[in-house]
Design a protein. Structure first.
Length: 446
């Protein structure tokens, strides 16, 4: 196939993760063709699909929720029907334990906040006193009574709200790690509260779990590519931008090894580490680059275990309370019967194990929970070392807005100031905001 030809003077979008794709689709939707440059051989960035034998799996099992409105709208724009793309189910947290008793919290199909109230009132596996304190906390959350002048750790917040040891360990710690990839002891209480508010206190279906029925490539990157190209845009893979070009009027384009493209409208939608590297040499952007240095990166590890096809969980998703693994997904719903994905967010002893040992230990944990499962046929461990920034106390102070001090340059990415932790929703929102900021800038000729 012939290499696509870059069109001079198109809007440039650098980075084909979900943020860059979101920006490119937003512009295309507004009749503005883009040229998107992506360093890798494929689109999707930190949410992409890869090969596991003859199957396509994800670089990390992703879970979405009903509150991801920007993401769902983006999918609709590029022609993906969320109704068929996801298994959507009311929140059902089934936390199984190797040593602890299990905990189960299930939302009911009722209007908000009744759905949550009933879920909390009927949570199984908590001492009565802890259940009462949980209810009390939730009522305060629903009534908007929890206000923080200064950011503190999520752990301090929960202590102040008299959450008991069991509910913290079995519910809050896993929810905090899953939604922010940061342990309670370090996580920003403000961001955690924002996640809880968006998920639980608005529409009842915002707390629904959305489990992808296909791989991540099909969910957005591939249909987005079609959409951008149909709108007159160009996508160039294997194009790693090395420098931003500047002159007295602002940003004037970019270079990559062996090429240069000029444009007075550039959206930079790369990983924060790369963003910092590209911004740092330019005095007007050095301040943003210095702030980005404060964003610590946290890993996420996914262990895929392929079993015989009859092996199945009794639900698409389960939590694991006291093992190495934290969440277990049955990929049967993605057409892979027997494929189990185990997610481990953040740091921990697993980082010191090699893949073979980690795979074996996670397999042994599953065998303890499911005595009738045979040994796995194959195991694949995927480690994303820089999966997300750590959502620590006051992290929002270091997150840049979409507009920059340089004319013609905007930023996008899950790390920009969206008010959300590093998620697909944050990435998509950031891309839309960067595109909208460009569209709304009177100085920009489009
Ligand atoms: C294992 C894992 C599990 C996760 N689980 C969840 C989950 O369950 N739910 C959820 O909501 N979120 C989850 N996330 C977070 C989510 O994937 C990210 O927030 C999101 O994908 C970030 O998108 P982005 O576009 O901002 O950045 P990226 O995906 O990093 O995109 C940046 C793109 O820019 C490209 N690029 C970099 N440098 C250059 C350059 N110099 N020139 C050109 N291109 C360049 C990269 O190749 C990449 O494609 C998970 C992440 C990981 C890694």
């Amino acid at each position: 196939m012939a290499e696509p030809v870059p069109k001079p003077d198109n809007v440039l979008v650098i980075g084909g993760g979900w943020a860059g794709l979101s920006a490119a689709v937003e512009l295309t939707h507004n009749g503005i063709p883009v040229t998107l440059l992506e360093a890798a051989r494929q689109l999707g960035g930190r949410a992409r699909c890869i090969a596991f034998g003859d199957q396509r799996i994800d670089n990390g099992q992703h879970l979405m929720i009903g509150a991801y409105q920007a993401m769902l709208n983006l999918m609709i724009t590029v022609g993906v029907d969320p109704v068929t793309a996801f298994l959507r189910q009311p929140l059902d947290l089934h936390m199984r334990g190797l040593r602890q008793p299990e905990l189960r919290m299930r939302a009911r199909k009722l209007p908000a906040p009744l759905h949550l109230a009933l879920a909390l009132a009927t949570v199984r596996g908590l001492p009565a006193r802890e259940r009462l304190q949980l209810l009390r906390f939730s009522v305060r959350l629903l009534r908007g009574k929890i206000l923080l002048d200064n950011d503190i750790t999520a752990q301090a917040l929960l202590l102040g709200e008299r959450q008991g040891a069991r509910v913290v360990r079995a519910l809050w710690e896993p929810l905090c790690l899953a939604s922010m990839n940061t342990p309670l002891a370090e996580a920003s209480a403000k961001l955690f509260l924002e996640v809880l508010r968006r998920t639980f206190t608005t529409e009842a279906n915002y707390s629904d779990l959305l489990i992808p029925k296909d791989d991540l490539g099909v969910l957005l990157p591939e249909p987005a590519l079609d959409f951008i190209e149909r709108g007159g845009g160009t996508v160039l893979l294997n194009h790693r931008v090395e420098h931003l070009l500047m002159d007295e009027d602002g940003c004037r384009g970019v270079t990559w090894r062996g090429g240069e493209l000029n444009s007075r409208r550039v959206i930079l939608a790369v990983h924060p580490v790369m963003c910092r590297r590209l911004l740092a040499p330019h005095p007007a952007l050095a301040g943003i680059a210095a702030e980005l240095a404060h964003l610590r990166q946290e890993p996420i590890t996914t262990v895929y275990l392929r079993y015989a096809e009859h092996v199945a969980l009794d639900s698409a998703l389960q939590g694991l309370q006291d093992g190495l693994g934290q969440w277990i997904f049955d990929r049967r719903i993605a057409g892979h019967p027997g494929l189990i994905a185990v997610v481990i967010s953040g740091r921990g002893e697993h980082l010191g194990m090699d893949n073979a040992v980690l795979g074996e230990k996670v397999g042994a944990e599953l065998a303890k929970l499911h005595l009738d499962w045979p040994a796995p046929l194959a195991i694949r461990v995927i480690r994303e070392k820089r999966a997300t920034f750590a959502a620590t106390v006051d992290v929002d102070r270091h997150r840049p807005a979409a507009p920059t001090p340089v004319a013609g340059l905007w930023l996008a990415g899950d790390f920009t100031a969206t008010g959300l932790p590093a998620t697909l929703e944050s990435a998509v929102l950031s891309g839309q905001r960067a595109a909208q900021a460009m569209l709304g800038d009177a100085a920009v000729e489009l």
